[in-house]
Design a protein around this ligand. Structure first.
Ligand SMILES: *Cc1c(COP(=O)(O)O)cnc(C)c1O
Length: 390
């Protein structure tokens, strides 16, 4: 074998590995913690057929955002009545195509979108998305989506007048939400809006509590675990659901749209060291840089906000030195924590050494570029059991 071939090989074995058993267990645990809810997995967090199939088998439905995602959900075995169009942004053509594929539930947040749904998916059920502050989340999702309670009443009344079913309200408290208070606020808004709707004789039968439930395995920039208060969030949600049911004229059914929470901690990226270097920075100090074969454009798009734990197999007892971790491309944004926060790495790392990037299962396959500096999306492999992640 030529030396050139040997050098190329490590990157060729880079991949993202999902533990299907871990994802199934996460799904079962979520339903146990929040009894009486149904899951509509946010497909964009992990558009991997085997993962979707596994969740569909367990009874999950899907939150989709385009006709292509709807087709993928149906092909994975989802029942059409458990697939909804959760994107408030959609063209006439998208709505008609979704309707043709059998989808009968649509999220909305504007009168224009309601008119389009009435025209292209007559008789459909609509969920009005309420705006949230996004506070407490690593990605707020505020501004672009959702309306206030007053607009929600106008939108639901317009839906009813247009022959649609004003079926539900939805929220999203922001992705990787770190506080229970965010759900408390969202539940307060939901309660107020349900009462305002009731005054107009509009009685939704569903509340969609959205996504936002956190991954547990991320680190902050200093390498310290984030530790979101998941038990508190579950307690707030259970109590809130009871409260909403108490004030609703008819019993409510509750939906969840987790994305990240179900898959993040059950996906590991197997990557390689490109090189560990030492350079003098602008301030005259020496900085070590650890360049990996995987970065912002092929699996770690969220590396600015969260630090994924790194494992250097078999090197745990070696001397570690601080290094700034970065991806392989010619883009200076392609670095952990903006390239300013060193983490400990083994001192003798060499080109081609393996590295496992933990808690990298959410959004890795969807946020990946095609061809930036010749980088191709990572292949996905599904295994059963955490041992298979190694
Ligand atoms: C992305 C998205 C989700 C999933 O969000 P997570 O933070 O990954 O749980 C849920 N609902 C909607 C409408 C989304 O756009």
């Amino acid at each position: 074998m030529s030396a050139g071939k040997r050098r190329d090989r490590p990157q060729e074995t880079d991949r993202i590995v999902y533990d299907l058993t871990g994802i199934e267990h996460q799904y079962d645990t979520l339903l146990k913690e929040l009894p009486g809810t149904e899951v509509r997995f946010a497909l964009k967090a992990c558009p991997v057929d085997e993962v979707l199939h596994c969740l569909a088998e367990r009874g999950a439905g899907f939150d989709t955002a385009s006709p292509a995602e709807i087709r993928q959900a149906l092909d994975a075995g989802a029942r059409p009545d458990r697939v909804h169009y959760g994107n408030t942004v959609k063209s006439d053509h998208d709505i008609a195509e979704a309707h043709r594929l059998g989808v009968r539930t649509f999220a909305t947040d504007s009168l224009e979108d309601v008119a389009a749904i009435a025209a292209h998916a007559p008789g459909a059920r609509v969920f009005c998305r309420l705006a949230t502050s996004g506070q407490g989340a690593l990605w707020g999702l505020d501004r672009k989506f959702g309306c206030g309670p007053g607009d929600a009443v106008r939108i639901m009344a317009a839906a009813r007048a247009a022959g649609l079913v004003p079926a539900g309200l939805s929220v999203h408290v922001g992705s990787q939400q770190m506080t229970g208070e965010a759900w408390q606020q969202a539940l307060d808004t939901l309660a107020g809006t349900l009462l305002a709707l009731a005054r107009q004789g509009i009685v939704p039968d569903h509340v969609n509590l959205g996504g936002g439930l956190p991954a547990l395995g991320y680190l902050d920039r200093r390498g310290i675990p984030l530790e979101p208060p998941l038990d508190k969030m579950f307690a707030v949600l259970r109590e809130g659901m009871e409260r909403l049911n108490g004030l609703a004229a008819a019993p409510l059914r509750f939906l969840l749209e987790p994305g990240r929470h179900l898959v993040a901690d059950h996906g590991t990226i197997r990557a390689h060291v490109v090189r560990l270097t030492e350079r003098t920075g602008p301030d005259g100090g020496l900085t070590r840089w650890l360049y990996l074969s995987v970065g912002k454009f092929n699996g770690l798009y969220e590396m600015d906000q969260v630090t994924h734990p790194l494992v250097f197999p078999g090197r745990e007892s070696e001397e570690h030195v601080p290094a700034v971790v970065a991806g392989p491309t010619c883009d200076s944004d392609d670095a952990y924590g903006g390239g300013r926060h060193p983490v400990p790495v083994p001192r003798t790392l060499a080109s081609g050494d393996p590295v496992w990037i933990r808690s990298a299962g959410a959004y890795a396959p969807s946020y990946t570029t095609q061809g930036f500096n010749g980088i191709r999306p990572l292949p996905c492999v599904c295994v059963r059991g955490p041992e298979g992640l190694h």
